[in-house]
Every structure is written in structure tokens, then in C-alpha cells.
Design a protein around this ligand. Structure first.
Ligand code: IMP
Length: 439
């Protein structure tokens, strides 16, 4: 039962979509195990660019069955819009998509709740994607959420919505809008039910049987380690478990069934939304990287904050996720720099800190300590062989491996599938070769 988990090791937007797409070529099943349409996984195929939000990135490969697992939150409108958009781009969604009967629904009152909460927080706001993700997970944990499987029980759903819409509109101070809100939710759910129900099943059982039959399964993480509700920079986090452990609970399979855990790591670091980012670059350098790396949110279009590679963060991600290897992205974005910094550890009030702190009040006071490596000043975009990389770029990668304590199995040098270095010495990484694309 060979399985691979792909997780983000930083604050998201590492380029997971590209690797999931590449590694899906030889998979039979690809499972999203958490989050919702707050994710924006970009895949470039030839001239075409696809941005997947809730549908797994494996959908671009014929023959792959994609699963939206029980750990996900699904916005019916966003789900329908994504299927329609994919159809216009020539990707048909049919038997190749399964949706867990246990996934939670995001409804319009969740978005209203979130907008209200962010407004209330003012300067202390989280800077969420405003997709209703947090409030939907709150309802799940509060045991009042609606699940996809409830679509099969219209009476139950109607009764629950009677109560929920009344409660939500009262809490929001808009009780007079209850009837209108309810009508629009009913209309959305009707459209969703027609399209979604044929995809709805017990996906935990489906994955279990697929694994039993020896099929290859990829678990596609969304968001990232430092956005994890427990292990991230709380409260500046998302409301789910993007870390590798979430792959088990978010898809209903045993943790023993997770074989290889691959951490996706940008060659520098970015963050969108509020919260500490110790290695944040000062301007105008941050702006240069943002423009060269097109660092704007794939879901919200917001500019991302850019920083130097932080090995404290990735070492932490290695420990929390049990990473077997790293896959680097966007190395080419650093091509023009004279010098490149890597944060080796932090200084907190004169004390050396090697382990990522649990409290953001401490993190906010941590000063990154850097070592500086010479840049390579040669264009690497599109490079697909390790020996074609300039020596200084190889030294940079080797240093990241040492500082993070994890081998680098792949390097991406551009958005295209072909712009990927796969001829790394992966012999020590027994298991991963099985899924490497042959190009
Ligand atoms: P939420 O997931 O919309 O609740 O947002 C919570 C935090 O996670 C905010 O800082 C978002 O910017 C961040 N976030 C959520 N999804 C992503 C993502 O896919 N990439 C990067 N950041 C994300």
C-alpha cells in the first residue's frame, strides 16, 4: 500500500500544486485531506494555467481518482464554479472525483461571520482569506455543522437549517434577513445536491480498499505546517491540520498507512496575511523577490510578504511531519542576487534559539541570525539537470540540506512541468523513485 504525503513546510504557497501534479502521473488516487477553497494550487501545463482550490491537483491526470476527504470544508458555490471552470479548460469532472459524506459544508452565514469577526478585530485581524473556512470548522468542532452526507436527508437538513439560520442571523444582529438568507442557501444547496450527490461516498472506505488493492495514493496537503491550528503561529493560522498527521484523520485512514512524507519548501519564504515572519526582507529587496516570484495569492490576489530561507522553520516542519525528503521550489527566483542569506537560528534576548518557539510573543522578539552565501548570478529558469546548476546554487542547496537535516529530492526552476530537477541522488530515499515522472 504505497502512499505519499505532500505537505507545505512553511506558511503556504510553497508550490505544492506543481509537485502534486508531477507526482500524480503515476498515482491512482489523490486525496485532499484538509482545508477548503482557501487553497490555491497552481499547475502549469504547456500554455495552460490551472488554479485548483478545493479539487485535488491530480484531477488533470486521466485515470486518477481524486478525493475530497472528510477533513475538508466545502463551499457549494465554489465547488460548482471550480467544476465549471475546469470544464471550460477541457478537464471533465465525473467518476474521477469523490466527495466525502463526512466533509463539512461552508454556507453563506460562515462568510458573514468571518467578515464580521475580522472587522471586529481591526488591527489585530488574522488576515484570513474570508472564505468562511474558520467559522465552518468552528461549527464542526461545536458539533452543529452540516455535512455533505446530510444532503441525502432533506428533512433533517431543513430542520437543522431552520435552527441554524435563526441562530446565526440573531448573533449577527440581522434577524430581519433570516428569510432571504435561508432562501439563498436553499437555492445553493439545491444546485449543489444535483451535481454533488453522484460524487458523494464513504471516501475513507474507498481509500482503504484502494490501498488494500495495492494502488498508489497521494495525500495532498493544503496550507502548511506553520498555518496548522496547533503547530502553527497561533492565532495567525488556518483552522485545520495541514501537517502530515492530518492526512490520517482528514481522510480516515490509519497513520500506519502513510509511507513517504515529502515536504515542499520554497527556496526563500513567503507569508500572506498577518502574524510574525522573522526573516521578512526589507524593501526594496522584498519587492524585487515578490515581482520575480509572482508572489501574489493564487486565491485572493493579495501580495505575499517575502523573506530569507528560515532553517528553524523547516527543521521544525521536519520534526512535526517526519519528513523523508524536501522538494525545493522557485530556486530561479534567487538568480539575480549577489548574496543570499539563510537563517540558521534565532537570538531571543541574547539567548540562542534553535527550536521554533510555541508562542508568537516570543517569536515576535526573535532576531534571525544569518549566514551569507554568494549568489550565482546565472539564469537557472527551466534547468532540469543538477549538473547544469551553477556551483553556488548547488552549494546553496547542499547547505539547506545540512541545516534542515533533510535530503533534497527535487528542485523546481520554473512553473513548467519540465522545469524540474529530478536527477538528484535519491538512492537513499527508497520509495520516492517509484513516483518520479519520466521526462
Ligand atoms: P483562512 O484559512 O482563510 O482562515 O486564513 C487563515 C490564515 O491562513 C491567513 O493568514 C491566510 O492568509 C492563510 N492561508 C490560508 N490558506 C492559505 C493558502 O493556501 N496559502 C497561504 N496562506 C493561506
Amino acid at each position: 500500500m504505497p502512499s505519499l504525503v505532500v505537505v507545505g513546510t512553511q506558511w503556504g504557497d510553497e508550490g505544492k500544486g506543481k509537485y502534486v501534479d508531477l507526482l500524480s502521473e503515476r498515482m491512482q488516487v489523490v486525496v485532499r485531506y484538509g482545508g477548503g477553497h482557501n487553497a490555491g494550487h497552481t499547475v502549469v501545463v504547456g500554455e495552460d494555467k490551472f488554479v485548483l482550490h478545493i479539487i485535488p491537483s491530480g484531477i488533470l491526470h486521466p485515470g486518477v481518482v481524486c478525493v475530497i476527504g472528510n477533513g475538508c470544508v466545502v463551499d457549494p458555490d465554489a465547488f460548482l464554479a471550480e467544476i465549471e471552470k475546469l470544464g471550460k479548460q477541457g478537464i471533465q469532472v465525473g467518476d474521477n472525483l469523490l466527495l466525502s459524506d463526512r466533509a463539512q459544508l461552508i454556507l453563506s452565514y460562515h462568510r458573514l461571520q468571518e467578515a464580521r469577526e475580522e472587522e471586529r478585530l481591526g488591527a489585530r485581524r488574522i488576515g484570513t482569506t474570508c472564505r468562511g473556512i474558520g467559522p465552518a470548522y468552528e461549527d464542526k468542532i461545536g458539533r452543529r455543522g452540516l455535512r455533505v452526507g446530510d444532503l441525502r436527508h432533506p428533512d433533517f437538513m431543513r430542520q437543522k437549517l431552520d435552527y441554524l439560520v435563526r441562530e446565526k442571523t440573531e448573533a449577527l444582529g440581522i434577524p430581519e434577513q433570516a428569510a432571504k438568507l435561508r432562501a439563498s442557501i436553499d437555492e445553493t444547496l439545491k444546485r449543489f445536491r444535483d451535481v454533488a450527490l453522484p460524487h458523494v461516498t464513504d471516501t475513507s472506505l474507498f481509500i482503504y480498499r484502494a490501498m488494500e488493492a495495492g494502488k498508489d495514493v497521494l495525500f495532498e496537503g493544503a496550507q502548511a505546517t506553520l498555518l496548522d491550528i496547533d503547530h502553527g503561529t497561533y492565532p495567525f493560522v488556518t483552522s485545520s491540520h495541514p501537517t502530515a498527521g492530518g492526512a490520517a484523520t482528514g481522510s480516515g485512514i490509519s497513520p500506519k498507512a502513510l509511507d513517504f512524507i515529502l515536504g515542499i519548501t520554497k527556496a526563500y519564504i513567503t507569508r500572506v496575511g498577518a502574524g510574525p515572519l522573522p526573516t521578512e526582507m526589507t524593501e526594496p529587496l522584498g519587492e524585487t523577490i515578490r515581482e520575480k516570484g509572482a508572489e501574489y495569492g493564487a486565491s485572493t490576489g493579495r501580495p505575499r510578504r517575502c523573506g530569507w530561507f528560515d532553517s528553524v522553520v523547516v527543521r521544525y516542519a521536519k520534526r512535526i511531519n517526519g519528513l523523508d525528503a524536501l522538494a525545493i521550489t522557485k530556486l530561479d527566483v534567487l538568480d539575480s542576487l549577489d548574496e543570499i542569506k539563510i537563517c540558521t537560528h534565532y537570538d531571543y534576548r541574547g539567548e540562542r534559539i534553535d527550536e521554533f518557539p510555541g508562542e508568537i510573543s516570543i517569536l515576535a522578539e526573535c532576531e534571525p541570525v544569518y549566514e551569507t552565501l554568494p549568489g550565482w548570478k546565472v539564469a537557472t529558469e527551466g534547468t532540469s539537470r543538477l549538473e547544469a546548476l551553477p556551483e553556488n546554487a548547488r552549494k546553496y542547496i547542499a547547505r539547506l540540506e545540512t541545516l534542515c537535516g533533510s535530503p533534497v529530492a527535487m528542485i523546481s526552476t520554473g512553473p513548467a512541468r519540465s522545469a524540474t530537477i529530478l536527477d538528484m541522488d535519491t538512492r537513499s530515499l527508497s520509495g520516492l523513485e517509484r513516483w518520479l515522472p519520466r521526462h
